[in-house]
Design a protein around this ligand. Structure first.
Ligand SMILES: [Zn+2]
Length: 69
């Protein structure tokens, strides 16, 4: 068996994802996919208990997530 590093794929669009050290959006390929995943969580697509998040709350999450920009 060859010893290859497992290739990472974006859980949203399944594009290959760069190394964690070089990709600030890891394990996603881009901020777009990262935000899309976050939207799934906040929107309840992953069967998260609780009420749906309002658009304002989602926006706040995105701002917090990118606060270091
Ligand atoms: Zn992606």
């Amino acid at each position: 068996m060859p010893t290859e590093l497992p290739e990472r794929h974006c859980p949203i669009c399944e594009k290959s994802v760069g190394d964690r050290a070089e990709n600030r959006h890891f394990p996603f390929c881009s901020s777009r996919c990262k935000q899309e995943d976050l939207g799934h969580w906040l929107g309840g697509s992953y069967a998260m208990p609780g009420r749906p998040a309002s658009p304002d709350e989602i926006a706040q999450e995105l701002v917090r997530d990118h606060g270091s920009d």
